[in-house]
Design a protein around this ligand. Structure first.
Ligand code: F6R
Length: 270
């Protein structure tokens, strides 16, 4: 891995992988988030009506802050783009006081509002029939091919050999599944309790891996040593439903990983 300056502003180096075309390593999460934002800004400038799926979570917060700043400064216009959710807890509503962990509130506050996205397609985590809601959302996605999916990655447990979710596709999710209702893995629920102090609902609505792999481009962000362990299992373990993120290796030509040094430090430890 040699240090290879590719941009004037943000130096990074790339890790070679036989299936994932671009794994870019930046010194810090801030720089990685800034570079990912520039990639997305470039995409929206070329395609002002881009259809974009947005992850929630902690990792992508600095990315969304960069995008919001660029929109405010008039460097990019998201108003004609369409936005989609990756997932939502179930049951869960948009009222942040009632559901502080909800993804609708998160996306309204950090993405749809600040970026001025008029066509925001929200998942209804309070739908009386969640399977019907999954079907409704899937037909919205089928009608609008996704130009870009922005992803984070879930924790991996060596002990249970489960984890590495993308959206809420937990270990065991078949790669051909579309939007569906999912029971969350104990690894995810433990992460929510320990790292976020939140008792999450045990179920979620989520785009399936099939929906994600259909995107024309996929950007995944991962920072820190723990995420490095998830990446190690994803990139160098067996491809299969036990490690849902490993599905990305089947469409690796569309995938760009933006990671930091701390995450990259784990990738040598196969
Ligand atoms: C959230 C989502 C999840 C997160 C993942 C990482 O919409 O789809 O897959 O991306 O759980 O979460 P953070 O970034 O909080 O570590």
């Amino acid at each position: 891995m040699g240090l290879e300056a590719r941009t004037h502003v943000l130096p990074y180096y790339e890790i070679n992988h036989s299936e994932i075309s671009r794994i870019r390593v930046f010194p810090t999460p801030e720089e990685a988030a800034q570079a990912a934002a520039e990639e997305i800004i470039g995409l929206v400038r070329v395609n002002p009506q881009a259809v974009i799926t947005y992850a929630t979570g902690d990792t992508v917060i600095p990315l969304y802050e960069n995008l919001a700043r660029a929109a405010k400064e008039g460097r990019v216009d998201f108003s004609e783009t369409s936005g989609f959710h990756l997932d939502e807890y179930y049951p869960c509503g948009p009222n942040i006081n009632e559901y502080p962990h909800g993804f609708v509130a998160y996306l309204r506050q950090r993405v749809f509002g600040p970026l001025g996205i008029k066509n925001a397609n929200e998942m209804n985590g309070l739908a009386p029939n969640p399977d019907a809601e999954a079907e409704r959302y899937d037909s919205l996605l089928s009608a609008k091919p996704i130009d870009l999916a922005i992803l984070g990655i879930g924790p991996w447990s060596d002990e249970t050999q489960t984890g590495c979710h993308i959206a809420f596709n937990e270990s065991g999710t078949p790669f051909d599944q579309r939007v569906h209702v999912r029971t969350l893995d104990p690894v995810t629920l433990a992460r929510d309790r320990q790292e976020r102090g939140q008792n999450s609902p045990e179920k979620a609505l989520t785009q399936g891996i099939a929906n994600i792999l259909e995107a024309r481009k996929i950007i995944l962000l991962a920072f820190g040593e723990k995420k490095g362990q998830s990446l190690r299992a994803t990139l160098f373990g067996k491809i299969g439903s036990q490690r849902p993120a490993s599905a990305l290796r089947l469409q690796g030509h569309k995938v760009i990983l933006f990671i930091d040094e701390a995450a990259a430090s784990q990738l040598g430890k196969v």
